[in-house]
Write a protein of this length. Structure first.
Lengths: 531, 344
């Protein structure tokens, strides 16, 4: 036995005798994970969070979270002699005077954008494949919580440097808080330590940004991953894969190497972006001053939809009994986002109520085989895209020489009209793909080979597909519509309750239209016909 | 693990001919990689992995060299990205390579040399057995019974009461985070006779300083010794525009708030408080860059587009004995975004 092995053995013995870790490790190191490229999207989000923790810790060593006004005397000449907060000055200093400081700032900002983007795309994967179905509804809700916190955390983070752009963002957030009926003014005064901007909010949001929110995010990520561990990962349907098994590769060594390696790949790519792609050059924006503004003020992309909503809102305001209610702020700033995120969190429960499906699901569904869900997802994405586009309406107008008023009206109308169109089109596409699958199973795939028959007629040869492909195209479920029970068990007519009627109607919408997948009978009849 | 088995061992038993056409044929036969069957290919893959790791180490050494060796004031021109600080760029690219190559090596290793036989594990229902559930209920009841939770209602009630009350203390403790709003949102530094001075130079203005079509960013002149803070700027900032007097079309009660076509408005947007900093000279429109609310100067900054609900408050101005522009009175309504206590 080498010295290394002996020391390793002793350490392992020490830990195991005190924790019993061996038993747990033996059980878990060989745990099997299914493999698919789309399963790495969540990994990207998690690794980005780790990168954020690492780069963020570095930034705290140089950032001064204070709004004390100083006169800039640093090395960046264009700002020389200007009055600015210490927060702004220290951010400029760390960018120009600390070796690797600019790099770390840009890595931090880029990985925040990637963190949010990866969460959104991961969520789309989970949604469109139905991975959130029982028993994973709780993990979906945790995910919605993580997305919400991620947005808040990102917004607070880019507000810290106290530059003109982010200060404008904070001003808008303050206006939203101030618009809350009854308590808004008081909440705003407490948060900002008096009137806006005050001298305390940077140090307050600093604590929230570096301690409170990351702590909660870390706890939620832990719970999120532990649930995946205990519930075992979902897998795509296919030959050999069932609701009762997990087919894939063991944690050790394959996933350890792949996932560990992938962390370094994500880190490497983020660092490359941080090295070459300038992001948030605050020295160009200047320090925050509430009487100044720059044209083309834009939030980061994950806040863009909210800004787009606020921009397109009609200018309604109610004055009554000596009070003011700003619908132009409350509706786009609080009510619509509230509905969006509540709906997102409740979706698994809504779907399972409509379908009446209370079984466990570990096999994913192909989006085309759940046309209504896919269409609902496309509808929600279209809504968000229109608001996001409107969030950049000023840039669109200047870059493409368009009228900003026309873009705004396009968005105001489009936000109502385009989502239903997306729903309808997506559903048709899904049903069309179901048709194609049915054809492929029954008549084989197009081989691209044209043959001339003795009669002179040209036909394309169709090649039959093998059993594996056939199974892949036909193993999905096609649930029946939940019908309204108009008679009870004894055959006595009973009026359906309103709730039941709504459900029957939604269920018809969900399952009423499906392309019947081929049955064995279809196949056998077809074969008989050929012989 | 007892419930783990190799995925391919039983796939041979199920010959597909015996099955009905749509039955599950099991996992497809395993396809071996070149490195599984040819020792030379495996050797080559091993070398590739080692090269990737080696290049990563070389890149880290380059990182150290850039950290120590490149001066901060050296700039290089990179096509596409422009002029960049050489050290930051070198540090970034070498670090990116060091990290990426470790990852690439590990993934290449996993893909070419580590086992790629798919493994099957069984799933078990997550639900606990009925006995376990009953057991939990029993333990819970026993515990509650032993503690006398059901019988000693006095304890239960006082406990709930005291816990409920103690949770209120944070609300009290947070009270001193800020002062009460009182009239702060409704007051500014503007008052009758206060001169309009330019932002940021602080020079007083005469009507003759402004041509027709000119725009000026204005703050109130403060008495000697007092300076405007950011909290003042957020309420006091004013934008002044000069039009031809005949272009103005103001409500009757505001006709004399203007001096020779010079008109002043709060620069703080009535929507969400951004600075309304864009003036379009041709159309006499003021535009807020945040949410594109557009105000028509001719009609007294009425909203003609966008989400703002109220016109920008107008500041009545005139000239003093020396000919400098002054405020005739303070703002007659609160400036900036709406709030609950606002009455109109």
């Amino acid at each position: 036995m080498t010295t290394g092995k002996r020391i390793g053995g002793n350490v392992a013995n020490f830990v195991d005798e005190r924790t019993g870790a061996g038993r747990a490790l033996k059980k878990n190191l060989g745990k099997v994970f299914p493999d698919h490229w789309s399963f790495m999207l969540g990994e990207v989000a998690m690794y980005s969070f780790v990168i954020l923790l690492l780069s963020g810790t570095f930034l705290t060593f140089f950032f001064v979270p204070s709004q004390e006004e100083i006169i800039y005397k640093g090395n960046y000449a264009p700002l020389s002699g200007l009055s600015m907060s210490q927060a702004y000055a220290s951010t400029v200093d760390m960018s120009f005077d600390v070796r690797g400081g600019m790099l770390m700032r840009q890595i931090h900002h880029w990985s925040a954008l990637i963190f949010l983007a990866a969460m959104v795309v991961h969520m789309m994967r989970v949604f469109f494949t139905g991975a959130y179905r029982k028993p994973r509804e709780l993990n979906w809700v945790l995910g919605v919580g993580l997305l919400t916190l991620g947005i808040v955390e990102g917004f607070l983070g880019y507000s810290l440097p106290d530059d003109l752009l982010s200060g404008t963002g904070i001003r808008i957030a303050e206006a939203i808080i101030q618009a809350i009926p009854l308590i808004g003014t008081y909440v705003a005064f407490f948060l900002f330590g008096g009137g806006f901007p005050g001298t305390i909010f940077i140090s307050r949001i600093y604590t929230i940004h570096v301690l409170l929110v990351p702590g909660i995010i870390l706890a939620l990520i832990t719970a999120h991953v532990l649930l995946v561990w205990f519930q075992k990962h979902t897998q795509y349907p296919g030959p050999g894969r069932t609701e009762k098994n997990v087919v894939g590769f063991p944690l050790l060594p394959v996933y350890m190497a792949k996932a560990g390696g992938f962390f370094f790949i994500v880190f490497g790519i983020t660092t490359f972006l941080g090295a070459v792609a300038s992001i948030n050059p605050i020295w160009l924006y200047g320090p925050y001053n509430p009487s100044q503004i720059s044209a083309g003020s834009q939030p980061d992309w994950y806040m863009g939809w909210l800004d787009g909503l606020v921009r397109m809102a009609p200018n309604w305001e109610t004055h009554a009994f000596g009070h003011t209610v700003s619908w132009n702020i409350l509706i786009p700033g609080l009510i619509v986002p509230g509905i969006m995120f509540t709906g997102l969190a409740l979706w698994p429960f809504i779907e399972s109520w409509v379908t009446g499906d209370k079984r466990e699901h570990h096999l994913l569904e192909r989006p085309r085989n759940a046309p209504t869900r896919t269409a609902v997802g496309a509808m929600a994405l279209t809504f968000t895209m229109v608001t996001l586009i409107n969030g950049g309406n000023d840039l669109l107008a200047t870059h493409f020489g368009l009228s900003i008023n026309q873009i705004m009206w396009f968005s105001r109308i489009g936000v109502f009209v385009l989502p239903p169109i997306a729903y309808f089109v997506t559903k048709r596409i899904c049903l069309g793909l179901q048709h194609k699958d049915r054809d492929t199973v029954l008549h084989g795939r197009e081989s691209g080979r044209l043959v001339m028959l003795p009669s002179g007629e040209f036909i394309e040869v169709h090649e039959p597909i093998d059993q594996y492909a056939r199974y892949s195209l036909t193993n999905h479920e096609q649930p029946a519509v939940v019908e309204l029970q108009l008679e009870d068990a004894h055959g006595v007519a009973r009026p359906g309750s309103v709730k039941e009627k709504i459900r029957a109607r939604l269920s018809r919408g969900m399952y009423g239209e499906q392309v019947q997948k081929p049955t064995e009978k279809d196949l056998l009849e077809l074969e008989d016909g050929h012989h | 693990m007892s419930d783990t088995h190799s995925g391919h061992e039983n796939s041979g038993q199920q010959s597909s001919t015996a099955l009905s056409p749509l039955a599950d044929p099991g996992l497809p036969p395993h396809v071996y990689r070149r490195a599984d069957t040819e020792p030379r290919a495996a050797k080559k893959a091993e070398q590739q992995v080692a090269i990737l790791f080696g290049l990563s180490a070389a890149s880290t050494i380059a990182f150290i060299a850039s950290f120590v060796g490149i001066k901060k004031d050296v700039f290089v021109f990179v096509p596409l990205f422009g002029s960049t600080q050489a050290q930051q760029l070198a540090l970034g690219i070498t670090l990116a390579l060091s990290l990426f190559l470790i990852g690439a090596g590990a993934v290449h290793w996993a893909k070419t040399l580590m086992p790629d036989h798919e493994v099957i594990q069984d799933r078990h229902e997550l639900r606990s057995s009925d006995e376990d559930r009953q057991g939990v209920i029993d333990v819970f009841h026993e515990g509650a019974e032993a503690a006398g939770l059901g019988r000693r209602s006095l304890i239960k009630r006082t406990l709930l009461g005291s816990v409920g009350l103690v949770t209120l203390t944070p609300i009290l403790l947070l009270r001193d985070m800020g002062p009460l709003p009182r009239k702060q949102l409704e007051t500014t530094n503007w008052a009758a006779g206060r001169r309009l001075v330019t932002d940021p130079d602080g020079k007083p203005l005469k009507a003759s300083d402004l041509q027709v079509g000119a725009v000026a960013h204005i703050l109130p002149e403060m008495p000697e010794g007092s300076e405007l803070t950011l909290n003042d700027l957020v309420k006091d900032a004013v934008i002044v525009v000069r039009l031809r007097p005949e272009d103005l079309n103001l409500p009757a009660d505001r006709k004399d708030w203007v001096h020779e076509g010079i008109i002043a408005f709060s620069k703080i947007c009535s929507h969400m408080g951004c600075a309304v900093g864009l003036y379009e000279q041709q159309t006499h429109h003021l535009l807020c860059p945040c949410h594109q609310s557009t105000f028509d100067v001719e009609t007294g900054a009425q909203v003609i587009f966008g989400p703002a609900a109220r016109p920008l408050p107008q500041l009545a101005i005139t000239v003093d004995s020396e000919g400098y522009l002054i405020a005739k009175q303070g703002f007659t309504q609160p400036v900036g975004p709406s709030f609950w206590e606002r009455s109109s």
